[in-house]
Design a protein around this ligand. Structure first.
Ligand code: NAP
Ligand code: 8YV
Length: 320
């Protein structure tokens, strides 16, 4: 039986070529394609390269699977604990995107606070000569930014914020040693003290609606909510209602609960900036992420450990 890497997702051609130069590869043109493969074909899968998608039932279809190499740092769409229990390694692509995602956060904060998108529309609609200068906005210097999840990306955001003379505070389940930022064990307390709340935790059940109505109320009518984590981390219904009633001041949103569907009521709001999950979406960063998917597979088959195993699979590193 020849063992293959099954490849599902819009990987760059260079990624597919790199994989083909090392492994026999089977390209799946859609997620559904896996359902039409025979048991014999499925038994050939030793590796699965995927764009953040490997639920338990898909993992279970491949009886000889050894590793899921997932694109993206967030792997809430991969049943990692299930894979680990079966002795299957899962890898992801952290770090190479920290700077880019932090830049996206800064773009959302600045464009939301300075109404860049609304004022671009104002100019294009020919309103400036007719209606005069646009109303003043609010700056971010000296403001307190609360980061929810001071992990790899959260720390990159904090560093950039210091250049903009912001005070940084944060919330996570554990206080992080050695960082110069104020820790809040309570998310509501962080939101009460923050002018801007940046959400950058993983998705999944542990963070579902972590940013709830109470947190949003605590942020308040002058507060800004920026979400680049996963849509599930914010109670979207509560956020939309608070924006409608003026109980939340503004929002910069890259991720949504049912993306690519976005609540249409947000489309008309000038105090909201919406982007289509582009946190890491530059050619340079996506190249690095694509390359890491391949590096993880090669490293796993050469050494027994991918470059970036997910924590759930740390116990599976064999070091062969
Ligand atoms: P990371 O290094 O693992 O950091 C995650 C942070 O979240 C940690 O500080 C962690 O601290 C905290 N956290 C986890 N669960 C929490 C909970 N239940 N309550 C409070 N805090 C919690 O991850 P990362 O590399 O920075 O990436 C973070 C996430 O960003 C990814 O998982 C992904 O979902 C998202 N992301 C989005 C984009 C985009 O395009 N929009 C791009 C990249 C990443 P504790 O463990 O101490 O709680
Ligand atoms: C990916 C992301 O582009 O890394 C992540 O967790 O959300 C993005 O960087 C996305 O996962 C692509 O599907």
């Amino acid at each position: 039986m020849s063992e293959e890497i099954f490849v599902a997702g819009p990987f760059f051609p260079r990624t597919v070529e790199a994989l083909k130069s090392r492994f026999p590869v089977r390209l799946l043109d859609s997620r559904d394609a896996i359902n039409s493969l025979s048991e014999e074909d499925l038994s050939k899968a030793m590796g699965f390269a995927t764009f953040g998608w490997a639920p338990a039932e898909v993992i279970d279809k491949m009886p000889n699977l050894k590793i899921v190499s997932s694109f993206g740092v967030g792997y809430d769409g991969v049943a990692a604990a299930h894979a680990a229990k079966k002795g299957i390694m899962v890898s992801h692509t952290p770090d190479v995107l920290n700077d880019e995602v932090a830049n996206t956060v800064m773009a959302l904060i600045l464009s939301t606070s300075r109404r860049v998108v609304a004022y671009d529309k104002y100019v294009r609609a020919g309103r400036w000569p007719k209606e005069g200068d646009a109303p003043l906005t609010r700056g971010i210097g000296g403001k307190t930014v609360g980061i929810v999840g001071l992990g790899r990306i959260g720390e990159a955001v904090a560093e950039k914020l210091s250049v903009f003379h912001c005070d940084v505070a944060y919330h996570s389940r554990n206080e992080k040693p050695g960082v110069p930022y104020r820790y809040f064990a309570s998310l509501v307390d962080l939101a009460t003290n923050a002018d801007i709340l940046v959400v950058i935790t993983p998705g999944g059940p542990a963070t579902n609606k972590l940013v709830n109505k109470d947190v949003i109320e605590a942020l308040g009518p002058e507060g800004m909510l920026v979400n680049v984590s996963r849509g599930t981390v914010v109670d979207e219904e509560a956020m939309v209602a608070a924006l409608q009633d003026g109980r939340l001041g503004s929002a910069g949103l890259d991720v949504f609960e049912n993306e690519p569907q976005v609540p249409e009521v947000l489309f008309a709001m000038d105090n909201v900036v919406l982007t289509p999950h582009i946190g890491s979406a530059t050619e340079e960063t996506r190249n690095a992420m694509n390359d890491r998917v391949v590096e993880n597979l090669i490293s796993y088959f050469d050494t027994g450990s991918p470059v970036n195993p997910v924590p759930e699979c740390a116990g599976l590193i064999t070091g062969n």
